[in-house]
Ligand binder design. Structure first.
Ligand code: NAD
Length: 424
């Protein structure tokens, strides 16, 4: 369960305690007083719900779900919903705090939240998945809404799951409520440009750090872990900017192509084979050796916790851009810092997705849909400005980009908390 850091931390990596220590370090850097720090760390609301559903067989199965609002001082909570067997309260709390920081880093008017159900959706039929989604949405409905907390897709949830949540809440309230979730299909209040927005933000951050380091895009070799909603568009976007993608991994294995992967041929291959493995002419390499392949930029775009101390020590690249959420352990981050490898942290690098969600929500509230060009122009502007701000502050503060980004996020949350005062 979600607890405050104490003197006897558990032996195993605990994402919630990890994020608490990152916020505490930021507080120290900023000179925040203890009362403010306590208020920023503690999640505002933690809801645990039982999710019983009738299976197709007629039996009743029971799952557990959560929705956690970490901080809403800057605006309604914002954060995805994940369906995964390993989901638990500590993980959701940590991810909700990450969202508070991420929304503050890109300066959009949201707080942070996250939700999930401990379930393997691959074991459910489509009808069972719909019943699970609707029952979970019903149970968290008192806590969510366009002015309270706005969920979005995350691991194993997609536009269809968002449609069911939007419909369940709309039925409950007796009115169409598109602004209750983002990442919806276009036909029911989604936005042009949402798909691929995270990858576009990662690409902008990659290009920006190359420029700051005086390096040319067309001289960069890139390795990417993950070929999913984020990784696949990245292969095209980075290739379009002249970078050579020399290694990619998915859950089935890793491939190495020193002369560079053709994004169209890879997309065709994956459409047929269902995996990057077997791409014509590629050498198959063990997945944990992907980041040792000769390269200049490493991009984790799959799981949390992949970049451990060992992976960081053996990494060939001299820049890392975090497309995944929480891909680097504390020990991994320390090794990268000691090797002077700059890391564009997740709260900045993958924030394009939540910026896109903000634009979708704004359109739903206005009832006025934007053209794709306007969406893209505003997304690019927000990501450029955010990167530039974090870069400038990191030069002033003389700490890593990650420490800077967390400090900037915490500083903005503290400012809002201070201005609003302490109720009652
Ligand atoms: P996804 O499920 O679409 O794709 C995940 C990819 O990772 C797949 O190619 C899968 O095969 C691969 N993978 C899984 N386990 C692996 C393993 N052990 N080794 C190598 N590859 C493995 O997920 P996604 O939406 O692309 O998200 C990827 C990461 O980006 C996650 O950390 C997610 O939280 C983060 N993220 C996603 C978005 C978004 O807009 N989708 C936004 C912000 C952050």
């Amino acid at each position: 369960m979600v607890t405050r850091p104490n003197e006897t931390p558990p032996q195993e990596f605990n994402p919630w305690l990890h994020v608490c220590s990152l916020i505490e370090s930021a507080g120290e850097l900023l000179g925040l007083d203890e009362g403010m720090l306590k208020r920023i760390i503690a999640p505002e609301r933690v809801l645990e719900v039982a999710v019983p559903i009738r299976m197709d067989s007629g039996e009743v199965a029971m799952y557990t779900g959560w929705r956690i609002q970490h901080d809403t001082s800057r605006g309604p909570g914002k954060g995805g919903i994940r369906f995964h067997p390993s989901v638990n309260a500590d993980e959701i709390a940590a991810l909700s705090a990450d969202m508070s920081i991420k929304c503050a880093v890109v300066n959009i008017p949201y707080g942070g939240a996250k939700g999930g159900v401990a379930v393997d959706p691959a074991l459910l039929s489509r009808a069972e998945l719909e019943r699970l989604t609707r029952r979970y949405a019903f149970s968290i409905a008192p806590m969510i809404g366009p002015d309270r907390d706005i969920p979005a897709p995350d691991i194993n949830t997609d536009t269809q799951v968002m449609s069911w949540i939007m419909d369940t809440v709309s039925m409950l309230r007796g009115q169409n409520t598109p602004g209750v979730v983002t990442g919806k299909p276009l036909a029911i209040g989604g936005t042009l440009g949402h798909a691929g927005a995270t990858s576009l933000g990662v690409t902008i951050c990659t290009a920006a750090i190359l420029q700051r380091m005086g390096r040319l895009a067309n001289e960069q070799r890139v390795v990417i872990q993950g070929y999913g909603k984020v990784g696949a568009p990245l292969v095209k976007l980075l290739s379009d900017r002249g970078m050579k993608i020399v290694g990619i991994a998915d859950i089935r294995g890793a491939i190495h192509v020193p002369e560079g992967i053709n994004h169209l041929r890879l997309a065709e291959h994956v459409a047929e084979a269902g995996t990057v493995v077997g791409y014509p002419g590629a050498e198959l390499v063990p997945a944990d050796l992907l980041f040792t392949l000769p390269s200049d930029i490493a991009i984790p775009a799959a799981l949390g916790g992949f970049v451990t101390e060992d992976i960081a020590k053996s990494m060939s690249a001299s820049i890392m851009v975090e497309a995944a959420n929480g891909p680097t352990t504390g020990e991994g981050a320390a090794v990268l810092a000691s090797r002077n490898i700059p890391v564009v942290p997740d709260v900045l690098a993958n924030a394009g997705g939540v910026v896109a969600s903000y634009f979708e929500w704004a359109q739903d509230l206005q009832g006025f849909m934007w053209e794709r060009e306007l969406f893209q122009q505003r997304l690019e502007k927000t990501m450029h400005e955010s990167f530039n701000h974090i870069w400038a502050r990191h030069k002033d503060l003389n700490v890593t980009l990650r420490e800077t980004a967390i400090a900037v996020g915490v500083e903005r949350i503290a400012e809002a908390t201070e201005l609003r005062g302490l109720f009652p």
